[in-house]
Design a protein around this ligand. Structure first.
Ligand code: FO1
Length: 338
């Protein structure tokens, strides 16, 4: 009999993939599934690029370029060199091996396969037993209203290096999307024990997932503890524009703001030990408990594989100490220790 999935990680790209890798190293990989943001997906040079899915795929398969956190380690750039010579757009780097995934995915989508089916097959071909689940099979695009106009995510993030000031975020297509049947089946399965929101950007990477109608309700109805790992370390994001966007959107940069953002969804928030001294004492601690969120601390910086494994273990143990909130539908068969 195939083993069931016990843990669902919810992830964006680089930062989330690091924790997903830690989880895949401390759990039997087939007992882990990763629900991945597709709001960063876009069509470029006629190809469907699914940046976060590919980042998680390459990371779990051990072929990622660990210096940059995306793309492949063993890569050549003949296509890019020639594209540049021909005057094509060269701001988005596509390595020769990486390109194959975009070409194949585009071909298969055009032939009528779903993104869920394609990613399941690609994961299998890369030797993974961990399921990679796109947040939906419908096209959804994270759009940013900025000081230089409306931008698709990759144009904001890569082409303009996150420099424009962000005024508002939209998830175009989300209202017409729905969670895939595979994801809903997993969320209803009796084997699922824990959901972990990885330390991805809450606004750019996790919100597009939660914007899919029915997603929040389906995650909550799983009636398992949901733990988020804060992306802040010492009041700053490790990588990417998280704190810049929080500032521009007028959101206080604190673990409490992250907790408020996820209130009603998560049961526990894991914050970095460097934020604990300043944020988890006195009146702030009371604010967390008003939100119904239990807070714990850990070293959340993931520089090495050991860091990733250790944080995965801490997050799983933290979840075991939590019961899903009362507001959820009745637990299926709660067996966690108290
Ligand atoms: N990130 C960059 O900073 N520059 C790039 O040229 C770039 C190309 C690229 C190609 C394929 C792919 O799957 C990812 C790529 N990324 C690139 C990463 C990506 O834009 C971001 O890391 C994520 O979308 C944010 O989570």
């Amino acid at each position: 009999m195939k083993p069931g999935v016990r843990v669902l990680a919810v992830s964006g790209g680089v930062g989330g993939a690091k924790l997903a890798l830690g989880l895949a190293r401390v759990l039997p990989p087939a007992e882990l599934a990763v629900l991945v943001n597709t709001g960063d997906d876009f069509t470029h040079l006629g190809l469907r690029i699914c940046a976060d899915l590919d980042t998680v795929l390459y990371t779990l398969a051990g072929v990622v370029n660990t210096t940059q956190g995306w793309g492949r380690a063993d890569e050549s750039f003949g296509f890019m060199d020639e594209l540049r010579r021909q005057g094509g757009p060269d701001w988005f780097l596509l390595g020769d091996r990486d390109l194959v995934l975009h070409v194949e995915r585009s071909r298969r989508l055009a032939a009528g396969e779903t993104l869920t089916q394609i990613m399941a097959d690609l994961a299998y071909r890369f030797g993974l037993t961990t399921r990679l689940l796109p947040m939906t099979d419908a096209p959804v695009a994270t759009l940013l209203d900025t000081s230089v106009g409306q931008l698709e995510f990759q144009h904001y993030f890569v082409r303009l290096r996150s420099i424009p000031e962000v005024q508002r975020l939209h998830y175009a297509g989300a209202a017409q999307a729905r969670p895939s049947d595979d994801l809903l089946t997993l969320l209803r399965s009796r084997t699922l024990e824990t959901i972990i929101l990885c330390p991805s950007n809450p606004y750019l990477s996790i919100d597009p997932i939660l914007a899919v109608p029915g997603m929040r309700a389906a995650l909550r109805a799983a009636a398992v503890p949901i733990v988020a790992v804060s992306p802040l370390v010492g009041g700053r994001a490790v990588k990417g524009p998280t704190t810049k966007i929080m500032q521009e959107l007028g959101i206080e940069i604190s673990s409490l703001a992250i907790a408020s953002h996820y209130a009603g969804l998560i049961d526990g928030l894991l914050v970095d030990e460097s934020d604990a001294r300043t944020e988890l004492t006195g009146s702030v601690a009371k604010e967390f408990s008003k939100l119904g969120i239990v807070v714990d601390t850990a070293r959340t910086l993931m520089s090495t594989l050991d860091d990733r494994r250790r944080l995965a273990e801490v997050a799983l143990n933290f979840a075991k100490r939590l019961r899903p909130t009362e507001s959820r539908t009745a637990p299926k068969s709660w067996s966690g220790s108290v």
